[in-house]
Design a protein around this ligand. Structure first.
Ligand code: IPE
Ligand code: IPE
Ligand code: MG
Length: 257
């Protein structure tokens, strides 16, 4: 199986079976705020950049497990609109890392039927990186497996502001009447258009906040937090999060069945 060859390169096999999980009730969409790379490195006396590299490595096994569990969409928050505030060297390293990730992973992601999508203002990224993003989306566009939705230069407020602007332009052009603006009209103009809302949002590294992630889409998401930093996040953590998710009583404002 191709998965085995892919992940054989790293030793990140899970020995924990998925037996505890109900395959009929896995979340359709899991979103992860991949946080704690810097702290992971600092704890080891290493530069923060090492944490980012280790974080990219950790993603590999999580993508595989997500696909194996039959989850339809995995959104990963890789770089926020606010992360530009960091020192230029760190930003550059991260951009190079995204570029390297696309160079080294696309073939294998494609071989495993994964559809890669990006979420965020990718048109503000360096032209070389933009080309790789377009290429990755194009070569994997016909795949029918897991959708890997990578949030880069993503900020929910910027996303909502953009949607408002698009609607305003349509109203001005006369193609949309103000009374026709409904929730669907907004959802359709977000970067996540066409994807289901996240059912489960996972944040490693111990901070209990959303950091401008999927504010609209998270309306009824379940949250799962762990103190483990992202580079140490393993399939076992994902499985624990999904097991917890399956115990939650999602009422969506209604009453228990
Ligand atoms: C997440 O790790 C990666 C990005 C935000 C790009 P951090 O770099 O935020 O790590 P901490 O939170 O400083 O530990
Ligand atoms: C959220 O982490 C963004 C990503 C993981 C890409 P941050 O590290 O940027 O969030 P804050 O600054 O702790 O809220
Ligand atoms: Mg952080």
């Amino acid at each position: 199986m191709v998965w085995k060859e892919w992940f054989g390169r790293t030793e990140q096999q899970t020995d924990k079976p998925y037996d505890d999980l109900d395959p009929a009730r896995v979340p359709r969409h899991v979103a992860i705020i991949m946080d704690g790379n810097g702290r992971w490195a600092q704890k080891r006396g290493l530069p923060r950049t090492f944490g980012h590299r280790a974080g990219a490595e950790a993603l590999r096994a999580i993508v595989r497990t997500t696909a194996e569990l039959g989850i339809a969409v995995l959104t990963t928050y890789a770089f926020s609109t606010e992360n530009w505030k960091r020192p230029a060297e760190e930003v550059d390293l991260l951009m190079n890392l995204f570029s390297d990730y696309l160079d080294t992973e696309i073939e294998e992601l494609n071989a495993n039927g994964i559809r890669v999508r990006f979420c965020g203002q990718t048109d503000a990224l360096a032209p070389g990186l933009q080309e790789k993003i377009v290429h990755a989306e194009k070569v994997t566009a016909a795949n029918t497996g897991l959708v890997l939705n990578i949030a880069v230069n993503y900020g929910a407020r910027a996303e909502l502001t953009r949607a408002v602007r698009l609607i305003a332009a349509d109203v001005q052009a006369g193609s949309v009447a103000p009374d026709d603006i409904d929730e669907e009209a907004i959802s359709r103009r977000l970067f996540t258009a066409g994807l289901p809302d996240p059912d489960l949002i996972i944040r490693p590294a111990g901070d209990l906040r959303i950091s401008n992630f999927l504010l609209w889409q998270a309306a009824y998401a379940e949250f799962w937090f762990t103190d483990t930093n992202w580079p140490d996040f393993r399939p076992e953590h994902l499985i624990a999060a999904v097991a917890d998710f399956q115990k939650r009583d999602r009422r969506f404002g209604g009453l228990n069945k």
